[in-house]
Design a protein around this ligand. Structure first.
Ligand code: OXD
Ligand code: MN
Length: 583
């Protein structure tokens, strides 16, 4: 197999002449190809089969212990002007970046196979889908890309027809963190990544293409590429509302996307369209519609159990690739909080010893096709996507942010999104548990200057009067003893119901300086062991703390200087003024 598209052929040839692979394999995305690669990797030790009776089609990959998460400090956006990348990104001049990384690619694939992976982000026949080709020397990346994207012959045909595609070059190199870089050239629709075989560093369709490059493209083309799950909530009358929710990495997006209605909610159903990324477009009527560019999930494993996410727990019982989990004596995958079984070996393949830390790495992952999810919505394949009723932002905050509040209008909602802060998690290499600003949950993923990004968001208010309402939620508020106040998981449906009622104008709300809040009695707590006082606490706005918060948000926004849109500044001033008046 090769291609009829000269630009693609020339690029593949030029990469091969630099990297010097032993052979080139064009991936067709077939089941046979997948199986052959799995068998090859089991023979070479890159993968090992898990217990095939209990976990059929499941395999384990243990990564290099230095290569276990995204590496934001080694991730660069390389635009001609440093200001275009913004202070939210690490920047390097494109010439310097190409020169630096190309040297590392010289001869990097000697003795290896170079795989060419044509892929389509989004339903193959969607006008909103975008195309890419990843070249990699990792067969592990190929099989993951097959689960995560629509990859192979059909994608290649569309690439040949349209002629435009994102070029992604990846090599695991020598896995030396000193020679690890993830570089993006949005002006050239190009990604170059070397030195890591892990997740978002290596599966270039995901964070690199569908967020960093796509957010840049989206700005020039008038749409939004966001770090959002897409979920459909169906009430007992059969009415479905679709929500797009942005949360920082490892804050429960997959759980919310697959939420199982609690027993108290007979007749309710939840449909998953996506668990990580949404591409949002205005349609001819001014409705914001979402597609999920991905076709699979690369989810955090620890914490997944029958109670927290039964759909995910069942979904990963077959045809799943596990990365960096532990194993039991009879070779089942094991992770902290699985609630069944005992670990025998840890994620480094050593005999399990609690002295060495957890059996599964906190950022261990499953890769699985979305179609294995029981709550999968076939509308995930709809070319026009689904209409979005509400956008929901959230973060992991011990205090301050109430369980839920609603922005007054779109522009205020952009301020709410821009002010999102959350505790850092193991999804990135770095300190865990430190609160940082993570606007729209896009801090690690926006491919251009945040100030321009907020202007782009604000511009939607001039383009449509049918935009979704914007909300903020916080499932993670704690009492003074560090106990979570809200039960979370399936019970979050109770909060989503209030959100939907607000969208349908079925319920009033209290106006506060930070936006509209439910009264404690507006959230249905029937059958829940949550006391009235707890609901009061969950829905309280501590004016003093919010003044401090707004002053910190103000400082953060000001750090973007001249480029910060005036409309955002004035939204901030409005909230500050309301807080000043409040008692
Ligand atoms: C992810 C992340 O893997 O956000 O989705 O880190
Ligand atoms: Mn993510």
């Amino acid at each position: 197999m090769t291609t009829t598209l000269p630009a693609l052929k020339e690029w593949v040839d030029s990469v091969a002449s630099r990297t010097q692979p032993d052979r080139i394999a064009w991936c067709d995305g077939s089941e046979d190809e997948y199986r052959a690669l799995i068998d090859e990797m089991c023979a070479s030790g890159v993968l090992s089969p898990l217990n095939q009776d209990k976990y059929p089609g499941c395999y384990l990959h243990l990564s290099d212990p230095s290569d276990v998460a995204r590496v934001e400090h080694l991730t660069f956006v390389c635009t001609e002007s440093e200001q275009d990348a913004g202070q939210n990104n690490h920047w390097m001049a494109p010439d310097e970046a190409h020169a630096k990384i190309d040297t590392l690619f010289d001869g990097a694939m000697r003795g290896r196979t170079m795989y060419v992976i044509p892929y389509c982000m989004g339903p193959i026949d969607s006008p909103y889908a975008r195309l890419g080709v990843e070249i990699t020397d990792s067969p592990y990346v190929v099989v993951n890309m097959r689960l995560m994207t629509r990859m192979g012959s059909e994608a290649l045909q569309r690439i040949e027809k349209e002629g435009t595609f994102v070029k992604g070059l990846h090599s695991t190199g020598d896995l030396d963190p000193e020679r690890r870089f993830i570089m993006h050239f949005p002006e050239e629709l190009t990604i170059k990544s070397i030195g890591s075989g892990y997740g978002g560093n290596a599966l270039l369709g995901k964070k690199c293409h569908a967020l960093r490059i796509a957010s840049y493209q989206a700005r020039t083309e008038g749409w939004l590429a966001e770090h959002m799950l897409i979920v459909g909530i169906e009430n007992p009358e059969g009415e479905v509302h679709y929500l797009a929710c942005a949360f920082p990495s490892a804050c429960g997006k997959t759980n919310l996307a697959m939420l199982i209605p609690p027993e108290s909610h007979e007749g309710w159903r939840v449909w998953t369209l996506g668990d990580d990324i949404a591409w949002l477009h205005l349609d001819g009527e001014g409705m914001l519609r979402a597609i999920n560019p991905e076709a699979g999930y690369f989810g955090v494993v620890p914490g997944t159990n029958e109670k927290t996410n039964k759909n995910a727990f069942d979904m990963i019982r077959a045809d799943t690739i596990f990365t960096n989990v532990g194993t039991t004596e009879d070779n089942e995958p094991w992770w902290e909080d699985k609630k069944v079984g005992e670990p025998a070996r840890d994620w480094q393949g050593r005999d399990y010893d609690p002295e060495n830390g957890p059996a599964a790495h906190p950022n261990s992952r499953f890769t699985v096709s979305a179609t294995r999810n029981k709550s999968y919505s076939t509308l995930a394949d709809a070319p026009d996507g689904v209409p979005i009723s509400a956008i929901v932002f959230g973060g992991r905050r011990k205090e301050l942010a109430p369980l839920v509040y609603e922005a007054r209008d779109w522009n205020h909602g952009v301020l709410v999104g821009a002010g999102v802060a959350s505790e850092t998690t193991a999804a990135n290499i770095g300190e865990v548990g430190v609160v940082r600003r993570d606007p729209m949950a896009m801090k690690p993923f926006c491919g251009y200057n945040f100030a321009d990004y907020w202007s782009h968001w604000l511009s939607f208010a001039d383009r449509s009067d049918k935009l979704p309402k914007i909300f903020h939620v916080n499932w993670f508020r704690q009492d003074n003893d560090g106990k979570f106040l809200w039960p979370g998981f399936g019970e979050n449906l109770r909060v989503l119901r209030w959100i939907i009622d607000r969208c349908e104008q079925r319920i009033d709300a209290q106006e506060t300086p930070i936006g509209y809040l439910p009264r404690p009695e507006d959230i249905d707590t029937n059958g829940l062991d949550v006391k009235d006082a707890t609901m009061e606490a969950l829905l309280s706005v501590n004016v003093e703390q919010w003044r401090e918060e707004m002053s910190s948000v103000g400082e953060y926004l000001d750090s973007y200087g001249e480029r910060l849109p005036d409309a955002l500044r004035s939204e901030h001033e409005k909230v500050v003024a309301e807080l000043a008046e409040a008692s």
